[in-house]
Design a protein around this ligand. Sequence first.
Ligand SMILES: [Zn+2]
Length: 301
Amino acid sequence: MEAPIVNAMSVDVEDYFHVSAFDRVVSRARWETFESRVVQNSNRLLDMFDKSGIRATFFVLGWVADRFPGLVRRIAAAGHEVASHGYHHQLLYLMMPEQFREDVRSAKHTLEDITGRPVLGYRAPSYSVINTTLWALDILLEEGYAYDTSIFPIHHDRYGIPDAQRHVHRIERSHGTIVEMPASTVRLGGVNLPIAGGGYFRLLPYAWTKWGMQRVNRVEREPVVFYLHPWEIDPDQPRLNVGRTTRVRHYGGLHRTSERLSRLFRDFRFDSVAAVLKLSPQPGHVRVAAAQPVLSVARPN
Ligand SMILES: [Zn+2]
C-alpha cells in the first residue's frame, strides 16, 4: 500500500474582528477597542496540535504579532512554522502595489525580529490574489518570500481564480519563481469545489471534507492545504452586528469546529506548509534577498 500523503495544516492568526467581511462595520481605527481573544484561542489550537503531534504553519498578522510577540515565540518554540498574513489585513485589490509592498515587508520583518527565523510563506487576506492582483507575486519575490498560498481556484463572490492550477506548482515571474500552494478543491463535473477549511469545514458536513481530502490524496496523490482561524474554535466570541450572509459564514458551526478538528487529526496526516513543499531555509539567512538561490524547492512525491 502506498504511504499516506502528508497534508499541510495552516492557521491564519487574526482576531474575530479582523475578518474582511466585517470591514464595513469595524474600521481599523476601532480594532484597539475590541476585546482580543486571539491569544487564548491560538493557545487552544497549539494544545490540540501538541496532543495530536501535528506541526502546522501559522500565518500571523503583523498587527497581532506586534501586540502579542509572546504568542509568536510560543508558536515557533513548539516547532511550528511562522509565516506571514500581511500586516493590516487589507484586501489586495484595495491596495496599490507599493502599499502592498510595505504591508508584506513590515509583517515579514516583525515576525523575523520576534523569532529570529526567516519567513518563507505568505497568505493574503481572504485569498485576495486574483487575476487583477497577480502583480503581488512579483512583490512577494522581491521581498524575499519563497511561497504563496493565496490563490483559490474557485468561483466566489469575493475571491478566486476559477481556472488556476489546483495543485502545488511554480509560477514564473519576471523576478524569479514562486511556489504556489492553492487552496484545496475537488473537481466535479468540470467545476472546482472547496473542500478544506474555514466556513466550508464548519458549515458543510464533516463527510464532505473527509471525502474530498481522501479523493485528492488517494486518486490525485496530491497534498491538501487545510486552513482555519483561531476564532473558528470560539463559540463565545462577541457577536458583531453584520448582515445575514456574513452572519451565517462567520458564526455558523463555531460550536462544532473543535470536535471536528479532532476527527480530522485522526483521519489524516499533517505537517507545515514548508515541510510539505520541502522548502528549507539555510541557517543564517533571515532576510533572504530574492536574487539569492538559497532555497531548495521540490515538488511533493
Ligand atoms: Zn485573514
